[in-house]
Design a protein around this ligand. Structure first.
Ligand code: M6R
Length: 582
């Protein structure tokens, strides 16, 4: 959570920083701020709310600066808790959590120092100032040595007006260098369009940034040679490209993402592990967990390999039984989710082969994994994951297909089917009045449709704030049915012929209690049932892989209900896209 940026170059720093911060807003949007070194004096602009709030106040001239967009952990969203934090000659921006902040703060207070905010981060600037004896880099290194927790920081010092010192310890940091200019950011998304040479800071590294140069140091402050990141800048950038929202743009890209997906045969070593393992563990959070759950059905039914999908934050604390040399697949769009990283590290420690399914090929997860399986979905900016889910499914289903001896035929034409589903899904817009003020919404399904129900419900609640639950259709009558009454919207998903009648039983049960039933199905005969209020009929595909298509109408439903309720679907309250805290 939180995004940091920095710039040292030939342009005025403020507009460059603001542009970078806007591209990082998906990491948090509780407050924003920048600090610019202007003629040897640090000037600060910060405000509660979005980056655009500080544009006017940030009219500084200097060409060296740092910036921050915040997702609040310690201290509520407010101007005083916004970064940068300033003390003495220093200003700092921080992404991460300082776990021993209280203790360190007491030390500073005992020295007579006072604090302006309730944040854990402010203590960092006090520590750096206390360690400063004329050597900027040394002061940052000594200050950070006192801290427990995680950080990516960028620091300004009035005595070094053309320099930024940065450090990475648990939170991501990339550096871009081109003629006369250097950029730093939490994520490549902020600087990709600059077409600079990019370097990824590793754990424990420090970077001294000046216009057009970046010197990397290891944790003992010995200079390090770095290899530049190989990445294809294919014009993909976190821009809305004429769409009203990123979420809308990202859903529209699902067909092209599926078209790009292909069977991974190139990594022979991974192929061997995949084909030999007797047990697969999938660990992930949120939407990525739901794609893992979908994959469990595919691995078990097609390959007959025992597969478990676990929520990463629970996996860590259940003392998991991890088979030595079994396969653990960590799924994460960002590759930076703290719980997923910790669970993946635990699995590796216990002897498993770790594969990373991720959309960010330079992320922390890729550094931890034995095998990296990129989803290649392009930048995803909206907090609600859409195209990355479909891309994860395409990849995981391809693995199941591969292990069961398939040749990837199922993927052929998936893009055209998705295109068709996008078209028919527009029909869900007409459903929105029934959901607008619902007390609660239920998504039901059996088999793989149950996984889709879970993800449909997550999508709806995170961007509409409507209470909602995804439920196995057969389980309703064991308790939850008590919550269904007159007008309750129930969304049923039916894509498997053998289970259709059974799920329709649940439809009758909810209908009998006054529910309004909305159907997403590939079986037209179900859609015609008189008890169904409205339906979307999607093209059929191989049933076990159907979530890759059946999820699209539910993504659209969440989107349309969100905008009808006056919510910005790209930036729902209290959330951030990259959850880098536990
Ligand atoms: O980057 P990751 O895939 O690891 O993120 C996991 C979850 O935080 C993420 O899927 C979250 O649930 C989304 N907001 C869902 O739309």
């Amino acid at each position: 959570m939180c995004g940091i940026v920095g710039y040292s170059g030939v342009r005025r720093a403020a507009p460059v920083l603001l542009e970078g911060l806007e591209k990082l807003e998906y990491r948090g949007y509780d407050s924003a701020g920048i600090a610019v070194c202007d003629g040897g004096v640090i000037r600060i602009a910060k405000k509660k709310g979005r980056v655009k709030e500080i544009a006017q106040a940030a009219d500084f001239n200097g060409s060296v600066g740092i910036g921050h967009t915040r997702w609040a952990t310690h201290g509520k969203p407010s101007e005083r808790n916004a970064h940068p934090h300033v003390y003495g000659k220093f200003a700092i921006v921080h992404n991460g959590i300082i776990e021993n902040a209280t203790e360190l703060k007491e030390e500073c207070l005992a020295r007579g120092e006072s604090f302006a905010s309730e944040t854990d981060s402010e203590v960092l600037v006090h520590l750096v100032a206390a360690c400063y004896r004329g050597n900027f880099l040394q002061a940052v290194s000594e200050g950070l040595r006192r801290c427990q927790g995680s950080y990516a920081v960028a620091v300004l010092c009035e005595d070094f007006p053309d320099e930024i010192v940065c450090a990475r310890g648990g939170s991501p940091l990339v550096v871009g260098v081109k003629e006369g200019e250097t950029f730093i950011a939490s994520d490549l998304a902020a600087i990709a369009s600059e077409r600079a040479e990019v370097y990824v800071a590793e754990e424990g590294e420090f970077v001294c940034v000046k216009a057009g140069s970046a010197v990397f140091y290891d944790r003992n402050l010995v200079v390090k040679q770095k290899e530049r990141l190989q990445y294809d800048y294919n014009g993909d950038s976190p821009e809305k490209m004429g769409f009203r929202h990123f979420m809308q743009k990202e859903m529209s890209e699902i067909p092209s993402v599926l078209k790009k997906s292909k069977l991974i045969l190139s990594n022979r070593e991974f192929y061997k592990v995949l084909c030999q393992t007797k047990y697969i563990d999938i660990i992930a959070c949120g939407t990525a967990y739901h794609s893992g759950l979908c994959a469990k059905y595919a691995f078990e039914s097609l390959c007959r390999v025992k597969t478990e999908a676990s929520i990463a934050s629970e996996y860590r604390y259940c003392n998991p039984i991890v088979g030595k040399k079994s396969l653990v697949i960590a799924v994460s769009q960002s590759g930076e989710t703290a719980d997923t990283l910790a669970a993946a590290a635990l699995a590796k420690e216990r002897g498993a082969y770790l594969a990373a399914v991720t959309n960010v090929p330079y992320s922390s997860l890729t550094r931890l994994a034995d095998y990296v399986l990129p989803t290649d979905a392009g930048f995803e900016v909206a907090v609600a994951a859409t195209k990355s889910f479909n891309a994860q499914l395409a990849l995981l289903y391809s693995l199941a297909d591969l292990r069961s001896g398939g040749g990837g035929e199922w993927l052929k034409g998936a893009d055209a089917l998705a295109e068709r589903v996008l078209e028919v899904s527009e029909g869900v817009r007409a459903w929105t009045p029934y959901f607008l003020n619902a007390k609660s919404v239920y998504f039901i399904g059996r088999g793989v449709d149950y996984c889709t129900a879970l993800e449909g419900s997550l999508k709806l609640k995170e961007i509409t704030y409507l209470p909602s639950e995804g439920y196995p259709a057969g389980e309703l009558k064991h308790g939850t049915l008590a919550l269904v009454d007159e007008g309750t919207p129930v969304v049923a998903i039916i894509t498997q012929k053998a289970l259709a009648e059974k799920t329709m039983n649940a439809v009758h049960e909810t209908r009998a209690r006054g529910a309004r039933v909305f159907l997403v199905t590939s079986l037209p005969e179900c859609a015609e049932h008189p008890e169904v209020t409205a339906s979307v009929v999607i093209p059929a595909c191989r049933e076990i892989f159907s979530p890759v298509l059946s999820m699209i109408p539910l993504q659209k439903l969440a989107y349309y209900v969100s905008i009808a309720r006056g919510i910005d679907p790209d930036k729902p309250r209290n959330l951030a896209k990259s959850v880098t805290v536990e």
